[in-house]
Design a protein around this ligand. Structure first.
Ligand code: S3P
Length: 450
């Protein structure tokens, strides 16, 4: 099944060596938030480096539907004329968030404490994903939500007219849920408190502070206690979106497994809530140099020089690292297939509720490519075949999931025989320039099925 009706098969052939510079697009998490916080400020927020992937474009459209004015000025250069906290108007039509769990969950939070009603939907992948994790805590503010069985989209959310502030301990490590509550807390009087036992990506906290909200983060034995004072006046900002470390993961991992490769990847985030993959790769023996550490757009970044690493070893990835690399397990499991020994990924059950069930999608695809894999509800284990060892010669199902699609194309660049995917169309959600960027480095991709 494709996101937009017509499946677009694609095949990756043995490639390389990969050489050159991989300038990946803007960070998806930060791009969504720049548009949403811009819409909550009074006046004009200017954004540069915005990811123009479909997920973010859908959020831009949604902000317009709630009354903000969103304008594109040039490539990655956008402005948002915000309506202020509590200033959202009722959208005239259904809000379609496409493939984006981040988009729909953050926007639900944003409108949840304003007395308006909105109906949300998305593509076949998003309509399978659980929304109760967001609407349950939102109901504590007084918000009502009516969805399909199991809290699935389409769903109508009725914002609370007299919201009460909330104290909520996250039952799952989820930055989307944390952010939805903080966004709802913006228009509630008093203090909204979110407690997270395991730290998750902190872009909302950083951006709230940048836009002038009163927010504190206290590290306690319970975890991070995040306290937001409601009903601030957010000041418009200039936001420079740094490059996306989750997108950078694809050329980085490709260079590690394609023989002879040597690439440069500028501006990769070193934010401790996002860099778990890079720590893991180094522990496996990857040849990555972290050059020129600096701050860009309020985020710590470095330039990476990445060389083919033919002697990587399988490792046990610590479960507590999962939130800082949750989107990177699909591509890590590809790298693990080209390492020697076993890579054990525990504490990864959240992968089952992403754009697809990513444990199942990776396990089935890797098995088809000749890799031995074990899984249980919360674990993925890959038995590596060493450099160049993956047989390939199979087609992986992508299940409307951009990261599954890109992971198997990277696998095909280093496998013995080509690897195909049934549908490359979801890649536009997060990495619209993937094909051009990878072929520019020397990857061989064709628009067909093997
Ligand atoms: C995101 C949080 C993560 C991640 C997603 C982006 C965000 O989801 O998988 O791609 O921007 O807050 P969860 O909050 O469900 O872990």
């Amino acid at each position: 099944m494709s996101a937009h009706g017509t499946a677009q098969p694609m095949t990756a052939h043995k490639s390389g060596p990969l050489k050159g510079t991989a300038a990946v697009p803007g960070d998806k998490s930060i791009s969504h938030r720049a548009l949403i916080f811009g819409a909550m400020a009074i006046g004009e927020t200017r954004i540069t480096g915005l990811l123009e992937g479909q997920d973010v474009l859908d959020t831009a459209k949604a902000m317009q539907a709630f009354g903000a004015t969103v304008t594109q000025h040039g490539a990655g250069a956008w402005s948002v004329q915000g309506v202020g906290v509590g200033g959202f108007g009722e959208p005239a039509d259904v809000i379609d968030c496409g493939n984006s769990g981040t988009g729909v969950r953050l926007i639900m939070g944003t409108m949840a404490t304003t007395p308006i009603t909105a109906t949300f939907t998305g593509d076949a992948s998003l309509r399978k994903r659980p929304m109760g994790r967001v609407t349950d805590p939102l109901s504590l503010f007084g918000t009502q939500a009516y969805g399909r069985k199991g809290g699935r989209l389409p769903m109508t959310v009725v914002g609370a007219a007299n919201p009460i502030p909330v104290r909520y301990t996250l039952p799952v490590a989820s930055a989307q849920v944390k952010s939805a509550i903080l966004l709802a807390g913006l228009n509630a009087p008093g203090q909204t408190v979110v407690i997270e036992k395991e730290p998750t990506r902190d872009h909302s906290e950083r951006m709230l502070l940048g836009f002038g909200a009163a927010l504190t983060v206290e590290k306690t034995s319970e975890g991070n206690v995040i306290t937001l004072t409601g009903q601030p006046e957010l000041r418009p900002q200039s936001v420079a979106v740094p490059r996306d470390p989750s997108s950078a993961a694809f050329p980085v991992c490709a260079a590690l497994i394609v023989e002879g490769s040597d690439i440069f990847v500028p501006g990769v985030s070193q934010n401790l809530t996002r860099n778990g993959l890079y720590l893991t790769l180094v522990e496996m023996g990857a040849d990555i140099e972290f050059q020129n550490p600096r701050t860009e757009g309020g985020e710590p970044v470095a330039d990476l020089r990445v060389r083919f690493s033919g002697d990587m070893k399988g490792i046990e990835v610590p479960a507590e690292r999962a939130p800082s690399m949750i989107d990177e397990y699909p591509i890590l499991s590809v790298v693990a297939s080209f390492a020697t020994g076993t890579t054990v990924m525990r504490g990864v059950k959240e992968l089952r509720v992403k754009e697809s069930d990513r444990i199942d999608a990776m396990a089935r695809g890797l098995e088809a490519c000749g890799v031995r894999v074990e899984e249980d509800q919360d674990t993925l284990i890959v038995h590596g075949l060493g450099a160049g060892g993956m047989p390939g010669g199979a087609t992986a199902k992508t299940h409307i999931d951009h990261r599954i699609a890109m992971s198997f194309l990277i696998a095909g660049m280093a496998a013995k025989k080509p690897v195909s995917i049934d549908d490359a169309s979801p890649i536009v959600t997060s990495f619209p320039i993937f094909e051009g960027l990878m072929t520019g480095l020397g990857a061989v991709l064709s628009h067909d099925a093997e």
